[in-house]
Design a protein around this ligand. Sequence first.
Ligand code: ADP
Ligand code: MG
Length: 322
Amino acid sequence: MGEFELIRRFFASAACAAGGEGVALGIGDDCALLHVPPGEQLAISTDTLVAGVHFPLDADPFLLGQRALAVSVSDLAAMGATPVAFTLALTLPDARADWLDGFARGLCAMAQDCRIALVGGDTTRGPLCLTLTVFGRLPVGLALRRSGARPGDLLCVGGSLGDGAGALPLVLGERQDTGPEAQYLLQRYWAPQPQLALGEALRGRATAALDISDGLLADCGHIARASGVALMVESARLPLSDALQALFPRDFALNCALAGGDDYRLAFTLPAAELAAVQADWPDVAVIGRVEAGQGVHLLDVAGAELQPPALGYQHFGSQGD
Ligand code: ADP
Ligand code: MG
C-alpha cells in the first residue's frame, strides 16, 4: 500500500474527515482552509506522542487513536475554545492495514464525540510517532489563560483526580485486574473526556485555567508562576474516584491525585461569587484550595499546616529521567 492509498483509505474517506462547521476545505490540497468568523480567534495546540515514551509499543490501536486525540482536544477545553479541526502527522514503521484500521476508527470515534474534523496531515515512515495539531475558536478576549489568578480566588478542579496515574500499572501490565474498578480506571486512561462544555462555560468567569496533564501540583505551578500568586492546595479536599480508593491505599491514591499525570481534568481559579452558578451545572466541580498573595504551590493538611509534596510530575529532560 502506497502513501496516497493509505491516506485515502484510512483517513481522507473517514467520517471525521467529511468537514464540519468552520471547515472551508479539508484533506487533499496543499493546505486546509478554516473560517474564522469576525470577533473570534483561533486557538492552536500541538502534541506529540512517541511509542515507548508516551504509550506502550503494543498499545491497542483503537484505544491509542482515541486517546491521542482526546489529550490534544483537552488543551482546547483548557483554553475555553470550541473545537473546529485537527491535523495528524503520522510516522509509522510499516503500513499494517489492521493497525491503521483500528487507529483510524479510534481517532474518528473521539473526533465525532468532540465534533472536530480531520483536515490534513502528513504520513512518513519511521519509528511510531503521532503529532496532532488541534484548532479551536473562541470570542476575542475570552480565552482562559494561565495568568489571571488573583488572591482571594478559589482553586477548583473539574472532577476526580489521580485516575490516570492509578491506571498506569494496569496499562503497563504490572497489575492484572479485570474488575469494574480496574475497567473504570482503564477507561479514564484510554478515553479521557476533554472537559469542553465546562471550558466554554468558564469563559468570562474563571480567572485562570489549564488541563492537568503532568500532575496537579506541577500544573498548578504553571498558574502560580504565570499569575504571580501562591496556590494553597488542601490535600483533604482532593476528589478521588471510588474506583481509585477501592483499588489503592489512601496514601498512594493521594499521591496519584497530587503528582500523577494523565488526568485531563480542568484546574481553574474562580472568584467565589461564581462558584454556585458553576456547580449548579457541574456538580463534580470541587474546590480544592485558594489563591493567596505570594508564590509557588503549597500543600496543606486539614489543620492548615504545610505538607511536604510528593515528587513532582513527569518532565522530559528533567531530573527524574527522560
Ligand atoms: P504534501 O506533499 O503537500 O505534503 P501530502 O502528499 O503529504 O501533501 O498529503 C496529501 C494530502 O493528504 C494533504 O491534504 C495532507 O494534508 C493529507 N494527509 C497526509 N497525511 C495525512 C494523514 N495521516 N491524515 C490526514 N490527512 C493526511
Ligand atoms: Mg506531506
